[in-house]
Design a protein. Structure first.
Length: 337
């Protein structure tokens, strides 16, 4: 290879370097001059044939050139990358963006919050209790002794230890009365468990328990508080009915029904074609229950109620299957945002 030839490659490389305009130009340049078959690589190989002195000189020059080109390419590349970022984007910026997914409050949590907000202005304090309970708090202290057929009213999940999953929030009444001195007013939301499952029953569901104990509390106070709650939660014109009932821990006892808002009273699968849905049980605290927590029934009276949160949420939002609350399909949950 002649000296003139090498000079020509140099000139060509420097000229083309200045003309690089894109990253693909740059790649082509690399291949043409510096790649395995590139002309500079080729030239470096071919100087072997030159006389020693010339070989040294040309070799040094070519290596210098190679280094120079590599450095230049590196900075050129950075420059081109930078420019490329500034290019108008190859997308339609008028298209709607992808919305981030936001979570929402679960309808049951909403109803529980709302119930607590209805009762706290009346002086009720929000308390909670354990979901794994002893037979004593869940049954015995609530005037349901072991032989009592009422134990069968609630299909209980027992644990191997002999403890159980509470079947209602009423054991919180006992715990609250033991932990406090009368008078007291508490509201206690929580999960409860019964071996039962269909469109209206889930093996785990929620209740909110209310309890008021004072020196002069009457059945009409109870009815007043429950009517107030129903109006607050379901609106002024809500149809209500009180039915006599039985619970071992209250005497007298009642159940409150609300006109079925799913069918407007016509009859549907939610209300078993009766037009009414039971949403709570209530009554005056049984003297035996007061005695179990060392409250003197001659001095203290009270009322208690336990409401079903799912029932209330179903009526409020027009949901006809309790299982929807626990399947957690996004289309269902998102309608409550
Ligand atoms: N604990 C009862 C139940 O789960 C409801 C209830 C609570 C009834 C308080 C009366 C008083 O069925």
């Amino acid at each position: 290879m002649k000296i003139e030839e090498i000079q020509r490659i140099k000139d060509e490389a420097l000229r083309e370097l200045r003309a690089l305009r894109s990253l693909s130009d740059l790649e082509n340049f690399k291949v043409k001059f510096l790649g395995k078959k590139g002309s500079i690589t080729q030239a470096l190989r071919e100087i072997k044939g030159l006389p020693l002195e010339e070989r040294k000189k040309t070799g040094a020059e070519l290596n210098q050139l190679r280094q120079y080109l590599e450095d230049e390419l590196e900075s050129k590349k950075r420059e081109l990358l930078f420019l490329e970022e500034d290019k108008p984007l190859d997308i339609d910026i008028t298209l709607p963006g992808r919305r981030p997914l936001y979570g929402g409050v679960h309808p049951l949590a909403k109803v529980i919050d709302e119930l607590c907000e209805v009762f706290t202005p009346l002086g009720f304090e929000v308390v909670t209790g354990p979901e794994i309970e002893s037979e004593y708090y869940n049954f015995t202290a609530l005037n349901i002794p072991e032989w009592h057929p009422a134990r069968d009213m609630q299909a209980t999940f027992y644990l191997q230890s002999g403890a159980l999953l509470r079947t209602h929030t009423s054991p919180i009444q006992i715990r609250a009365m033991l932990a406090r001195k009368p008078p007291l007013r508490i509201i206690a939301p929580g999960k409860v468990y019964r071996c039962d499952a269909d469109v209206r029953h889930s093996p785990m569901f929620h209740q909110v328990e209310g309890l008021m104990v004072d020196r002069e509390v009457s059945f009409s106070d109870l009815k007043g508080v429950l009517s107030y709650f129903a109006r607050e939660v379901f609106g002024e014109g809500t149809r209500l009915r009180f039915r006599p009932s039985y619970f071992p821990f209250t005497e007298p006892s009642l159940e409150m029904d609300i006109g079925c808002v799913i069918c407007g009273g016509e009859g549907c699968r939610v209300c078993s074609n009766t037009g009414w849905i039971e949403i709570l049980g209530a009554g005056m605290v049984h003297p035996e229950v007061l005695r179990a927590v060392n409250y003197d029934p001659e001095q203290w009276q009270g009322f208690a109620f336990g409401l079903g949160v799912e029932r209330i949420a179903m009526l409020k939002y027009g949901i006809d299957d309790i299982r929807l609350f626990f399947e957690n399909h996004l289309y269902f949950l998102e309608s409550f945002k």
